[in-house]
Design a protein around this ligand. Structure first.
Ligand SMILES: Cc1cc2nc3c(=O)[nH]c(=O)nc-3n(C[C@H](O)[C@H](O)[C@H](O)COP(=O)(O)O)c2cc1C
Length: 385
């Protein structure tokens, strides 16, 4: 498998699997427990069929939209994901540059492998910073101040990770940060010399947004589970979220909302958006797929708050279905992470380019020239036997 043969997310996944040592590949690819939710996140889109309109006289398609106060050329955001330097030596820089080129929003994780300040200077892309609230309250204040100084446009508070999900693939492979070969994984690192050389001889692995406060994960070996369970504040509440909105004063999203009741609370405290998400099936297995719950949330709070459908997006039609059901935009992680692992920035550009082409073609086939033309009448529930 080579980059020029990658036509869809599945192709990039195959190439990523070829390029990465097993612990790293499975960290991206895996989910919690039996991975039921991970699978459902994508399968859910098959619950509705598209019903196109014809003879609408279209000769071009406009995919632009506005979300979190930013004008975007594409309704698909790059969800924040941790540790990108492990997936490719270009790490977050590749993702942010690709987001800028395509005119989308780049999401940076608290657990990124480059700093808020570097990213602020590197890219003109609209930027969202995803914040994990750590036990040390000084960290939250510091991270928000740093994002303000680096001109980030939006903040997303992740609320579905107050304890680590049970990602069994990571136990089996011995995944840690920094990665250290174990007896089980030694062979896999040895069989991927290009990755290993890039890891050893390029920029040193670091978690610069947090390493001033927390040594685990950058200077000290830690599993992702230990990092989350030792350092993330599980007691965070709606009051804390409301205080952060006050401190931030710019567009603010709550990432990991699923229930209608919580969506209403997000409206009450003045959040700009919710990211309807189960963390890509990496946290609570058996939890509902965002797409399956989208209609209930749109019916309750649509128009009062922006709704970003996050998770399971592998095709342009998935985005169209979510928008037709009332989402303002979508976001995703693995669609670009496999591509990053496969070929760095060129890979991410090709992946998002493929999805943009799919979206344009599918909009034409649906008879729509603007995203606002999509609506629920263009979807039909699949009959269940
Ligand atoms: C490897 C990986 C790392 C992630 N790291 C974070 C993170 O640091 N913070 C966060 O809020 N979400 C994180 N996520 C979740 C993504 O933001 C997003 O919710 C998820 O990937 C969506 O599902 P998808 O991969 O099917 O698109 C991560 C996901 C993956 C796959």
């Amino acid at each position: 498998m080579r980059l020029k043969n990658c036509y869809n997310t599945g192709d990039f996944r195959k190439l990523a699997k070829q390029k990465l040592p097993a612990p790293i590949f499975h960290y991206i690819d895996g989910g919690a427990d039996d991975e039921v939710t991970l699978r459902r996140n994508t399968e859910a889109f098959n619950g509705y069929d598209l019903v196109p309109n014809v003879l609408t006289g279209i000769d071009s398609v406009d995919l632009s939209t506005e979300v979190l106060g930013q004008k975007l050329k594409l309704p698909l955001l790059f969800a924040p994901t941790a540790l990108q330097r492990l997936f490719h030596h270009q790490g977050e820089r590749a993702t942010a540059r690709a987001a800028e080129k395509v005119g989308s929003m780049y999401g940076m994780s608290t657990i990124a492998t480059c700093s808020i300040e570097e990213m602020g200077a590197l890219t003109q892309a609209p930027k969202l910073f995803q914040i994990y609230v750590h036990k040390d309250p000084a960290m939250t204040v510091d991270l928000i101040d740093r994002c303000k100084a680096a001109n980030f446009d939006a903040l997303a508070l992740t609320v579905d990770t107050i304890v680590a999900g049970n990602r069994e693939r990571d136990y089996v492979t011995g995944m840690s940060t920094p990665p250290k070969p174990t007896l089980a994984s030694l062979l896999s690192f040895a069989l991927h010399p290009q990755w290993s050389l890039n890891y050893l001889f390029r920029d040193k692995f670091d978690l610069p947004n947090v390493s001033k406060y927390v040594k685990d994960g950058s200077d000290m070996k830690s599993s992702v589970v230990d990092y989350i369970n030792h350092h993330i504040n599980s007691r965070i509440s709606w009051d804390d979220a409301a205080k952060m909105i006050e401190q931030w004063q710019k567009p603010f999203a709550i990432k990991g909302v699923m229930s209608v009741a919580d969506a209403k609370k997000a409206v009450e405290i003045g959040a700009s958006a919710i990211m309807l998400s189960n963390h890509g099936g990496r946290q609570l297995d058996g939890s509902r797929a965002p797409f399956d719950h989208l209609k209930a949330v749109v019916d309750a709070v649509g128009g009062d708050i922006e709704i970003i459908l996050d998770g399971g997006i592998r095709r342009g039609t998935h985005v169209l279905k979510a928008l037709a059901l009332g989402a303002n935009a979508c976001s995703g992680g693995r669609f670009y992470l496999y591509a990053l692992a496969a070929a760095g920035q060129a890979g991410v550009e090709r992946a998002i380019g493929n999805l943009r082409n799919e979206l344009e073609r599918d909009m034409m086939l649906m008879g729509c020239s603007r995203l606002a033309d999509l609506n629920e009448t263009m979807l039909a529930l699949r009959p269940r036997c």
